[in-house]
Design a protein around this ligand. Sequence first.
Ligand code: NAD
Length: 343
Amino acid sequence: MKILITGGAGYIGSTIASALEDRGHTPVILDSLVRGRIEFTRGRIFYQNDIADRAALERIFAEHPDIYACIHCAAYAIVPESTENPYIYYRENVGKSVELFDILRGLGCQRIVFSSSASIYDDVENFEVREDSPLNPRSPYARTKYMIEMVLRDFCAAYGLRGIALRYFNPIGADPQMRSGIHAENPSHVLGKLVDVALGKLPYFTVTGTEYTTRDGTGIRDYIHVWDLARAHVMAVEDFEGAFERAGNPADNYLVINLGSGRGVTVRELVAAFERVYGRPVPQKDMPPRPGDVAGAYANADVAERLLGWRAELPIEQGIADALEWGRRRLEILDFSRKPAGD
Ligand SMILES: NC(=O)c1ccc[n+]([C@@H]2O[C@H](COP(=O)([O-])OP(=O)(O)OC[C@H]3O[C@@H](n4cnc5c(N)ncnc54)[C@H](O)[C@@H]3O)[C@@H](O)[C@H]2O)c1
């Protein structure tokens, strides 16, 4: 089947494209390259356009009338940047998603899978969150994800679209075949920083927050291999209608599904796993939490298993090993003298 992927030149969208191809499907990439990498689009059907460009989407659907569904990954996705410049985040993520959904509706594309985020959940006592756990998005970025979920749900209820919001926990690793991985030059997330310490780009690793009520006081997360994440999207589009049937065909035509491993891992446990895979100790320093840091959460992933037949399979060690390998190899694949298109 042919699947439109917005943001398909990014870290996750390009990995989904590979997972689709490996199953014999054809991804159609729509990406403005504002943040993504042209290298990830090579050999693929690719449109360098904005997601809110109606004429471009009309052309895409005229040239590919057999597109079965849209996986909407395109977004600005850096939390501190969203705090500094919320206007861009609300415009690019919320405003343009509203336009995209309306354009897709007009073009008869009825099935939408949306990249949502576990960052919209509130803290819960035992750190395990289900899809119906309380929400409390605490950054402009997280609020854009929450708002887009609401827009999609209302569109589905009103216009007969069908939407699946996939709430990602903490994606790590790279395509195990090294076709794609993290492309930010200076990754801001925890595993990216560990890799940078291992590659000698940073002198030490900073543990931010050591007095949470977790088992060792450091933040807890649910690390999910990006390949497992990509496979979940393939399963969602391959049996889109089946997922709705198993959910009892809800009247609002909308599903929410957590994508996590179901296992909470603290920062200290992640560092220990990293040292095991890397084979050497990592210099580290404890620091107080940064503004906006939270204790964290891990997924209850039962709904994904019931509706999609999906479960995370790859252990955290493989995510670490693939991230390290990608860190070593990515300069062979990515040309950093060529910058993304920018804002
Ligand atoms: N990486 C994570 O930790 C994480 C966690 C939860 C959710 N998500 C979500 O997953 C999705 C993909 O994230 P990623 O890590 O691959 O980010 P990324 O920056 O690598 O990819 C996003 C892509 O979207 C493109 N894009 C942005 N705005 C666009 C626009 N208006 N028109 C066309 N293209 C546009 C960018 O050029 C880029 O290629 C995002 O929606 C993000 O919010 C990511």
